[in-house]
Design a protein around this ligand. Sequence first.
Ligand code: NAP
Ligand code: ZN
Ligand code: ZN
Length: 351
Amino acid sequence: METKEVKAYGTASAEESLSPMQIPRRTLLPEDVEIEILYCGICHTDLHVLRNDWGGAVYPIVPGHEIVGRVTAAGDQVTKFKVGDVTGVGCLVDSCRHCAYCQAGLEQFCEPGNTVVFGWPDKHLGGHTFGGFSERIIVDQNYVLRVPGGLDAAAAAPLLCAGITVYSPLRHWKAGAGSKVGVIGIGGLGHLAIKMASAMGAEVTVFTTSEAKADDARALGATEVFLSTDADRMPQSGKLDLIIDTVSAQHDINVYLHQLRVDGTLVLVGLPPEQLPMGAGNVVHGRKAVAGSNIGGIGETQEMLDFCAERGITADIETIAIQDVDQAFKRLEKGDVKYRFVVDMRTLQNH
Ligand code: NAP
Ligand code: ZN
Ligand code: ZN
């Protein structure tokens, strides 16, 4: 298949910093749209993969999976988008479309395996896929999202991963008026979980290791904020129905299981590379559950974007140039970002 070289930013190994490179993009298939990337968010998953925290990373890596861009060309069978539309692309760029999970709108669990936007086998070109730290991307229309007009394009980018990752479990476990939701960690995912859960009508309690973020948590919609490093001041009785755990590193989930009421569920969305030990008694007593959740399907991602447009929800962002991305990853590692870095991808042209 013919390819076109485009500018990108990536790394050839876990030890090197990110630098400019050229990557191939396929020529348009009938159902493909070509998207000029305007903004790309930086997720902690990008950092885990760049550092090969989970093993199995394939180099070179061009990260980025919170993409907002403008359609610049469309294949002749594209019906959903036209040139000029503002669109989004998240983690998923393809799946089998036939298995029970794809049919149910759960493409994130596609049985034969989906295609992730970077670091995944590329069905068309061989090799592996390259993500959003690039000039352009070619994606099948069925995996492209509509970004509603009311949303700021840069601040909407983090919705494509962080947003859907917290929206999906909030919906699945029925957060809403009358429910009490806990959020652990105020980072990219956590700050959106606070905004979304409170917009759904839930009462939100936040657990943070950063005292300096407490006031922000209240402004984002939390009614109570606890410093998890101060065990004496943590609540003594469990009253939460659902906890969304967004922590990216090793932590003690048993502390939070005590915050659940009977039949409550703690949902892990954070992906610490280490195992998380759990005391059996902490779930046996109170019939509690520990669960996990992985991004969301394409239909649900569109539903989330429409919900955010209706409620005026976007991420709180710091916009940076691609040349400052290494510094941004260093700050993300320390939890020093309020609350998502978004790269203005047009700065790639400065090379
Ligand atoms: P982030 O912006 O770095 O936020 C993580 C937050 O966790 C930090 O801001 C910090 O909040 C807290 N934290 C960090 N280290 C901690 C520690 N040692 N103990 C307790 N709390 C700690 O990261 P993110 O982009 O939101 O991503 C969070 C995690 O979700 C990552 O592991 C990422 O890979 C994963 N993820 C999963 C999915 C999925 O589909 N399941 C999708 C996207 C991301 P405080 O300062 O408030 O304590
Ligand atoms: Zn992500
Ligand atoms: Zn499938």
